[in-house]
Design a protein around this ligand. Structure first.
Ligand code: BV8
Ligand code: ZN
Length: 247
């Protein structure tokens, strides 16, 4: 029964000090942002894993930019949902709270979350492929595709981590360190199939932390969860938070 699961999740979270939350596309689903799975993992019929790669960008930068422009445009019309807002509140509810996301949409920031560990970068960052100069740019549509670097004339790319690319070292180390030390890991809206992000669930569980999953469907790591809240995060996280509020 979901009510029991919600109380079980609140019981695990009540009184703990070190909490980490790991989020994926599902936390933004109720804001109207399609998940990767939801779209069948495809863009224009091609697996995203093939579009979101340095090879695809080298072969056809305009095509890859169209993929990101379309997502940037869609993101200008969405807002954070209650799941984002609860996770923003939790940075003040727990003495040590770390928010780790695979999302590039910055909806956690828009909900008031500070110090979000963005494992896969941000769709609002633009970086020069030559000199590495990076800037936040929310212009939609961009005046030219591909955008050109103002300081060296190089081709600019979206500031996201593509498949086959290493994650920003500092960010992954901070996420790993927080997960190794946490008492509870809350896994929200991820299928947990992309690495090294998905490996964080193992790190938490093998470190003795309790894992709570919030997802209508079982992720690839659901077997590591103490409690599985099977439903939309925008509905279930506020219920858990309400029980913590009452405590
Ligand atoms: C790397 C940014 C070193 C770009 C992304 C080990 C084993 C196997 C493969 C690998 C491995 N190690 C490395 C790999 C390769 C690869 C990988 O993991 N491949 C997978 C496909 C098997 N990893 C990499 O390439 C990483 N780099 O390892 O570098 C290296 C270097 C050279 C050579 C080798 C290794 C880089 C990975 C990062 C790629 N960039 N995003 C962009 O966004 O365009 S990944 C992208 O896809 C997302 O960021 C996210 O990580 C992933 C999608 O997953 P989710 O977010 O979970 O979304 P999904 O749609 O799948 O699921 C949504 C879930 O939400 C569902 O479960 C659904 O039920 C749920 N849901 C729906 N509605 C709701 C909900 N939940 C709650 N509430 C709701 N309302
Ligand atoms: Zn440059």
């Amino acid at each position: 029964m979901i009510a029991e699961e919600i109380s079980a999740a609140a019981a695990i979270l009540r009184g703990v000090t070190r909490v980490v939350a790991l989020t994926g596309a599902g936390v933004s689903a109720e804001s109207g942002v399609p998940t990767f799975r939801g779209a069948g993992g495809l863009w224009e019929g091609q697996p995203v894993q093939e579009v979101a790669t340095p090879q695809a960008f080298a072969a056809d930068p305009v095509r890859v930019w169209r993929f990101y422009e379309e997502r940037r445009r869609r993101l200008t019309r969405v807002a954070p949902n209650p799941a984002h807002r609860v996770l923003a509140r939790w940075q003040d509810r727990f003495p040590s709270f770390t928010l780790v996301t695979q999302n590039v949409d910055r909806l956690h920031h828009a909900a008031g979350s500070r110090e979000v560990l963005e494992l896969h970068g941000s769709i609002w960052e633009i970086r020069c492929s030559s000199c590495g100069r990076s800037r936040e740019d929310r212009t939609v549509p961009l005046p030219a595709l591909p955008p050109v670097c103002a300081s060296c004339g190089g081709t600019e790319r979206p500031g996201v981590v593509w498949f086959g690319e290493y994650l920003p070292p500092g960010v992954m180390d901070a996420a790993t360190e927080a997960t190794q030390r946490c008492e509870v890991l809350v896994v929200v809206g991820t299928s947990a199939v992309v690495y090294p992000a998905a490996g964080l669930v193992e790190i938490a569980a093998s470190g003795g932390a309790k894992v709570i999953e919030v997802n209508p469907d079982a992720s690839a790591k659901a077997h590591l969860a103490e409690v599985n809240l099977r439903g939309p995060a925008g509905e279930l996280l506020p219920n858990v938070d309400a029980l913590l509020e009452g405590a």
